[in-house]
Design a protein around this ligand. Structure first.
Ligand code: ADP
Ligand code: MG
Length: 574
């Protein structure tokens, strides 16, 4: 039968032009796309065969195979999955099938900026056409399971393609790329090299649940990999390159700590084992599995802009994106891990995730799960809790400002230095238990260091009366205390603000009240003179009972901002 020539649909042609001129720098992803198509095709065949006994397809050894030929400069990705009929080839490959790709194209049209366009392609994924980033000709040989005739599709991506019916073809789909030449500087990116292909498969497709096979490398061949690229291995000599381990989809008791740790190290680039492993399985209308890790130490850049944050997103075992910020709030950016969703499109974009209600629900659920895990550790493994607080407490405290819904939970997780003990931080609940009779507020003082705070004149009366004060020394403390009014019905109160009622248990007698009145009269001349002298710098000079040693101290009104907060605002240019 002779080959017929077809033209690509207009949009398809535009996208192909982009691929051919490959503005996207990370070309490796083409292989991920081809393998994920192959994996989908195997999934579909398995499902179809389960539903239809009469299909007559061979499902005994479903797998993907990848073959490099350095001499011919070809790379072949083969699957024995569902395949495509003649009509499907024209429909699916000749037009832009997936709505995700169509959207990508719309957005690409709106940017003239090459970098922005490259970013868009990276986010959307570009499916089958991405083969043209690395190939100057692509051949697809395919036969739909259960049909007898096959189809060959060939294109150079330049506007037309040919299709031809074949009497014989193996079940499934074989995609052969004729690779573009590589320039000398780019030898390492030669997709005709076995080692390069293995590396990409390991990186992007390790968790594909179907075996991905490549020709086995003998020890000798591996050693002289470069020269022996054309040495033919025995035809049955194959090995599976991917581990196929989707740990998050296996029953918890079937996975060892070592396996979790190995995965953690790979996704986090941290060589220490994680402190805590969290698993979550959601069933129902929006199914997903999450495998999260709390590291045992904070990365150095946790507080710098551009710190990589977020989880890896998989869709049905296919890696979709790193640093998926839509899955957890910013203050939990130290959490690493993987979320595998069953009901998302492989072409899902960050914008789509942002608006998806299922993702928002997942975000809430994952957040609560992480917080409750940390909370449980406080009683079950106090040392681990202490480590988490030491390493990530500052980040968690951002949640007091950002996350109204979970504010009380986060507040209950917090630990603070206090005058109660020098080496052991206290939770607010513990503080509350130690509150004196008649004390109704939780007192704190913010400052640069514990020492600076302890030397503050404001502390004197509290020390004298034995009233506990929280010593808050993180810059963020200045900010959250203004947003959090109380804990468990007890007001949080800065000891520098307004009149503080120490409720010492000794009610003011008429005598002391009388004495104060006398003092006020006696010093009123001095006070108004001082108020005048200090002029603009203070609002008022008044007598105080809060000092025992220092002659004077500065006090703000209850609603004034603290000096340190003033500094923060000033630094932010406000
Ligand atoms: P997507 O996978 O997002 O649908 P692609 O551009 O990757 O977009 O593929 C387009 C379509 O071509 C697929 O939806 C599928 O129907 C078909 N296809 C691609 N590769 C294969 C394959 N190996 N086996 C069967 N069908 C395939
Ligand atoms: Mg695809």
């Amino acid at each position: 039968m002779s080959a017929e020539t077809h033209e690509f649909q207009v949009e398809a042609r535009q996208l192909l032009q982009l691929m051919i001129h490959s503005i996207y720098s990370n070309k490796d992803v083409f292989l991920r796309e081809l393998i994920s198509n192959a994996s989908d095709a195997l999934d579909k065949l398995r499902l179809t065969a389960l539903r239809d006994d009469a299909l007559g397809a061979d499902v005994s050894d479903l797998h993907i195979s990848v073959e490099t030929d350095a001499r011919a400069r070809t790379l072949t990705v083969r699957d024995n999955g569902i395949g495509m009929s003649h009509q499907e080839v024209v429909q699916l490959i000749g037009t832009i099938a997936s709505s995700g790709t169509a959207r990508l194209l719309r957005e690409l049209k709106e940017t003239d900026d090459a970098d922005a366009a490259a970013g868009l392609i990276g986010q959307f994924g570009v499916g089958f056409y991405s083969a043209f980033m690395v190939a100057d000709e692509v051949t697809v040989l395919t036969r739909h399971a259960g049909e007898s005739q096959g189809t060959r599709w060939v294109s150079r991506g330049e506007g037309t393609y040919t299709v031809e019916a074949l009497d014989e073809a193996p079940q499934g789909t074989t995609v052969t790329l004729h690779l573009k030449p590589v320039d000398v500087e780019n030898q390492l990116n030669d997709y005709a090299q076995d080692g390069k292909i293995r590396e990409i498969i390991k990186r992007y497709s390790d968790f594909i649940t179907w075996p991905i096979r490549m020709a086995a490398r003998t020890a000798a061949a591996a050693e002289q990999a470069d020269e022996s690229a054309d040495a033919e291995p025995a035809s049955d000599d194959f090995e599976t390159v991917n581990s196929m381990k989707a740990l998050w989809a296996r029953a918890r008791e079937d996975v060892s700590d070592e396996e979790y740790h190995e995965l953690y190290k790979r996704i986090s680039h941290d060589w220490l084992a994680p402190l805590e492993t969290i698993r979550l399985q959601a069933e129902g209308t929006f199914e997903y599995q999450a495998l999260l890790f709390i590291p045992s130490r904070a990365p150095q850049d946790l507080f710098t802009q551009g710190h990589s944050r977020g989880l890896q997103l998989f869709v049905k075992r296919v890696h979709i994106m790193d640093d998926c910020e839509q899955l957890l709030p910013s203050y939990l950016r130290f959490v690493k891990g993987i979320v595998d969703a069953q009901d998302l499109s492989l072409n899902v974009s960050r914008e789509i995730l942002q608006q998806d209600r299922h993702i928002q629900r997942m975000h809430r659920r994952l957040t609560k799960k992480v917080l409750s895990t940390i909370k449980d550790l406080r009683t079950k493994a106090p040392e681990n809790y202490a480590t988490i607080w030491r390493e990530f407490g500052k980040a968690l405290k951002e949640g007091l400002l950002d996350d109204h819904e979970n504010r009380d939970t986060i507040l209950a997780l917090c630990s603070f230095s206090s005058t109660h003990a020098t080496d052991e931080p206290t939770t607010l609940a513990q503080y509350a238990e130690r509150m004196k009779d008649g004390q109704e507020e939780i007192f704190y003082l913010t400052g640069d260091s514990r020492e600076a705070i302890e030397n503050s004149p404001h502390m004197e009366a509290f020390r004298a009366k034995g009233v506990e004060v929280l010593l808050l020394t993180d810059p963020i403390d200045e900010v959250w205390v203004t947003a959090v009014p109380e804990f468990d019905g007890k007001r949080l109160r800065s000891i520098t603000k307004g009149e503080v009622d120490l409720g010492s248990g000794e009610p003011d007698t008429d005598e002391t009240e009388h004495e104060r009145e006398n003092q006020r009269r006696e010093y009123s001349g001095l006070l108004s003179w001082m108020t005048e002298q200090l002029g603009e710098d203070v609002k008022e000079v008044r007598l105080s009972t809060r000092l025992t040693v220092s002659p004077a101290c500065l006090v703000s009104d209850t609603h004034d901002i603290t000096p340190a907060l003033e500094n923060i605002y000033r630094a932010m240019g406000q």
